[in-house]
Design a binder for this molecule. Sequence first.
Ligand code: FHN
Length: 444
Amino acid sequence: MPSSRQIINYAISFILLGSFLSSQRLHAQSDYQPPPENLQARREFQDMKFGMFIHWGVYSVLGDGEWIFHNRKLTLDEYNRLPLFFDPEKFDAPTWVALAKSAGMKYITITSRHHDGFAMFDSKVSDWNIVQRTPYKKDPLKMLADECHRQGIKLFFYYSQLDWHNPDYYPRGVTSWDNGRPDHGDWNAYLDTYMDGQLTELLTNYGAIGGIWFDGMWDKPDTDWHLSKTYALIHKLQPSALIIPNHHQTPKPGEDVQTFERDLPGQNTAGFNTKYVSTQLPLEMSDTLNENWGFNIGDSNYKSAAEVERRLVRAAGNNSNLLMNIGPYPNGEIDPQFVTRLHAVGEWLAKYGDSIYGTRGGPIPPGDWGVTTQKDDKIYLHVLNWNAPLLALPPITKKITAARSLLGGASVELTQNPNGVILHLPAVKSDETDRVIVLTTATP
Ligand code: FHN
């Protein structure tokens, strides 16, 4: 029989252990000091501004989005048939990369596996992968990585931590349903062997990669995800690879970028984003060119090129990148509706790119009228929604020495005093998404 003193000691140890584990959960890679090459990669990430998000997997075959396994409450046996129909004979890595480039996108983030756990790459950790389960038998991510290296585009791998297929993803999370998995599993093995094993493959077999874009932690928000271990592994294998977690929470130590889903930083219209915006980390927002992430045959709700341009400008003015998604067809082709719009955005960026690439959020807070970006001695005023001839803005500390339209270079009348800045804007042209005025400032 333990004495009451012993019981108290056990209780104290239990509480201390609990708070240690919970601090491990919260503090992730708490001793992480990003090395110079990682800090450099973060700056380069911010400079790129515009990326292509790609959701592509065996679910694309059914043309009903990437959640079909869950939404139709399929069993494992049923879903296991799907890879047999996945044979993307039209997949051509050079075409995909060239499309991203023609759109003015500087990086690609592709689903290496989504919540169905199906590896779209050659994984030795399990046979639930494209090489072993599909008639295609090849590794498209390898082809894509090689082509990205050739064409000078950074490649990031989306990796779902949430897994609807692996029995060791146990205890299950909020999205679980009875799909035939046993009521037991080894969570530590799932994280330490399966997931870290696949991440090791992704970080060793594909050359230098931009980073890992995590998704799915929100399925088990209070669980210990061994983040400290996983983040340390990634940073050890490729110190400049960025960890971008889409957990919708305040960033944790070891994370290199804060990303927001379908929302500008700090705006929680989606209902699941945090309003906290890091002032330390690069920012990114993801969005889709239609309404779905994975290919959905019934979704023709495409955003116009002008709408994509506006979102890109608003993102840049909020000091953020824009990661714009497309869901390719199961045969590897990209919907022509996406292609036309992306080409148009690329043409627009060829003219306006100076006011986007390499910039940071400008000195004037974003407003309904538009946003500002800045680079070196230039402030770019992006007038997105203002029809009156005069635009009055809050004060800018730096002295403005010139104001010109970005296109054509015509001089713009401007008054600056301690109360603010008033511009006499050039007339709105009907086909102009964004009137950009370049303000040159005096170097202090
Ligand atoms: O559930 C996913 C969804 O399918 C998609 O991948 C998006 C992309 O940001 N993220 C998740 C929801 O947070």
